[in-house]
Design a protein around this ligand. Structure first.
Ligand code: C2E
Ligand code: MG
Ligand code: MG
Length: 560
């Protein structure tokens, strides 16, 4: 008969949700509550007298006996006591599950006993596993998310690696169109293709809504090609068959994955080779992108602090070589960035939504300057961006600027590139008519580079066409350029429009264009774009009876 008398204890622990075992210092079970029988699947009769190792899985089981003995009173029983030890338990059917064990000890008679409180941690463990999964995975695709991917890369990272990033171009748009279920199915399919593609040591994740990253520990170009092929296969959803364009960015080198990922994303975003292609990150791309980034950060401040400036390039009438107008061009010189050309910062301003502020400022300054010019036949052409034209308040803005500067509306020419028109002929036509109603004129810039059709040019209230610099550049010797210039002039004449040629640098170009019947010209041959004071001086000189010099010493020093 065991000296242990557990009647009182048994009735107290009968209702406990935790399994409670009482064992001797040799590990023999002398008591087990109902929860213990439920949790482990043994009957009370089976448990009593058995060794506690009955509920312990291998290899812990083998250690367990020794473990208890090792903690016999004389060898430091205190170490075994306490709570919160996470272990595995084993049921009668052999299945294992996580448990948390708390042990206390007491002495009855001459003997020491241990009582173990065993809590089933399966649910908690599952919840914890789920939380860990959610923190490192994307639930839609079940691939790693950025955090998980980066962490798994760090484990795999060694030496040279290639990070491949791909963006599914149509994904965002189509997921808005077809909804959540569509997106999830596509994402799962992409994930499944990625899993088929991956070799040991490679890892993939979804790092943005429409962007995925793959770490290839070796820099092998063929793997990227294989990935592109896997993604190029059509997708099927129900009766719907479609393809998605994967734009790929790659970077390779030795370094932390974050840096490689950013570089690959950079290459993907810039898509120098085009969308749907493989775009490699290069140092040159990095330098360009860095500068773009600096421009992005400085531009807003430059606009606010009026650090931009305006230059005027004379427009000259071929017939008598007199200045009849000017094109206003924006200039920006930043202490850190140096001179930033409008070709660089105008597209950035458009992307950042800052273009309207530049146009407003240029319009205001141009009208101020032209009002200062005593010869009222001289007009100023201001460049408008496509985005300006889609602003609902465009016409009011122009009207306000004219009133503010007390400028004669007839002295303003709105210049917009031909490509603007093609986007929405009806809307652009409407805006043009409203601008014309104010009294301003309209000129189509860079003509010949867009897709204007004769049909809609007829419908638009345009005053002049500006032959693009690219056709002028190849004159007078290139017969194709001559034919194009000739065709543009003939078409303009048929439509009753004036023609202006831009970018004239040589007398050869000038005389040919004049012979073709071009009305006005603009180019370094006559003058570079100059600060307003220089422009006014040029106008003043001609008022005194001097026509525009062919090789003007006045402008040779300016490099605008
Ligand atoms: P654009 O409107 O076609 O302006 C003509 C460009 O040709 C100007 O370049 C001018 O400096 C340059 N140019 C003039 N004559 C010659 C020449 O004989 N040879 C050569 N090689 N180039 C010549 P810029 O000032 O660098 O401007 C480039 C483009 O940036 C402009 O092309 C225009 O599209 C845009 N831009 C300039 N200022 C503004 C502005 O205030 N607002 C907007 N929205 N765009 C502007
Ligand atoms: Mg222009
Ligand atoms: Mg142009």
């Amino acid at each position: 008969m065991l000296p242990y008398d557990g009647h009182v204890m048994s009735s107290i622990l009968g209702t406990s949700l935790d399994a409670v075992f009482t064992i001797t210092d040799r590990g023999v079970i002398v008591d087990a509550n109902p929860a213990a029988t439920q949790m482990f699947g043994w009957s009370r009769e089976e448990l009593l007298g058995a060794n506690i190792s009955i509920i312990v899985p291998s290899p812990l089981k083998e250690k367990h006996d020794g473990f208890l003995r090792a903690f016999s009173p004389d060898r430091g029983v205190k170490h075994v006591l306490g709570s919160g030890v996470r272990l595995d338990g084993q049921r009668k059917d052999g299945s294992c599950f996580p448990v948390e064990v708390g042990i206390s000890s007491f002495v009855q008679g001459e003997k020491r006993y241990f009582t173990g409180f065993v809590r089933d941690m399966s649910e908690r463990q599952q919840a914890e596993d789920r939380m860990r999964f959610l923190a490192t995975h994307d639930t839609d695709s079940e691939l790693f998310n950025y955090r998980g991917w980066a962490a798994s890369c760090r484990v795999l990272e060694s030496g040279l690696a290639r990070v491949v990033v791909f963006r599914l171009e149509e994904f965002r748009h189509l997921s808005l169109l077809y909804g959540e279920a569509w997106s999830i199915t596509v994402l799962r399919e992409v994930a499944s293709r990625l899993r088929d593609f991956l070799c040991p040591g490679e890892t993939a994740g979804r790092v943005r809504e429409d962007t995925f990253a793959v770490l290839l520990p070796e820099s092998v170009a063929a793997r990227t090609e294989a990935l592109a092929q896997a993604l190029a296969k059509p997708f099927t959803q129900g009766t719907m068959h479609f393809s998605l364009t994967a734009t790929i960015g790659i970077s390779h080198g030795i370094g932390d994955v974050d840096r490689l990922l950013r570089a690959a994303q950079w290459a993907c975003d810039r898509a120098g080779n085009g969308k749907g292609q493989i775009n490699e990150f290069t140092d040159q791309l990095y330098q360009i992108s860095r500068r773009e980034y600096q421009i992005e950060t400085q531009l807003q401040q430059a606009i606010t602090e009026e650090a931009l400036s305006l230059v005027l390039q004379p427009k000259v009438r071929f017939a008598d070589r007199r200045i009849v107008g000017a094109e206003a061009l924006v200039r920006w010189s930043d202490p850190a960035l140096g001179t930033v050309s409008p070709g660089e910062f105008i597209p950035i301003a458009e992307r950042l939504g800052l273009i309207g502020r530049i146009t407003d400022w240029m319009l205001r300054r141009s009208l101020e300057e032209i009002s200062r010019c005593a010869d009222t036949s001289i007009s100023v052409a201001v460049n408008f961006s496509a985005l300006d034209f889609y602003q609902p308040h465009l016409v009011q803005h122009i009207d306000t600027a004219l009133r503010h500067a007390r400028a004669d509306p007839h002295r303003l020419m709105v210049e917009l590139t031909e490509s603007v028109v093609a986007n929405d002929v009806r809307l652009v036509g409407e805006r043009m008519r409203q601008i014309k109603a104010l009294g301003a004129a309209i000129s189509l810039d860079d003509f010949g580079t867009g897709y204007s059709s004769f049909g809609y040019l007829r419908q638009l209230p345009i005053d002049s066409l500006k032959i693009d610099i690219s056709f002028v550049r190849d004159l007078p010797d290139n017969s194709d350029a001559v034919a194009i210039a000739n065709a543009i002039v003939s078409m303009a004449k048929a439509l009753g429009l004036d023609t202006i040629a831009e970018g004239i640098e040589s007398e050869g170009q000038a005389s040919l264009l004049r012979a073709l019947g071009v009305d006005q010209c603009q180019g370094f041959l006559f003058s570079r774009p100059v600060p307003p004071a220089d422009f006014h001086r040029l106008v003043h000189t001609q008022q005194e009876g001097f026509p525009m010099a062919v090789d003007p010493p006045l402008t040779a020093a300016t490099s605008n």
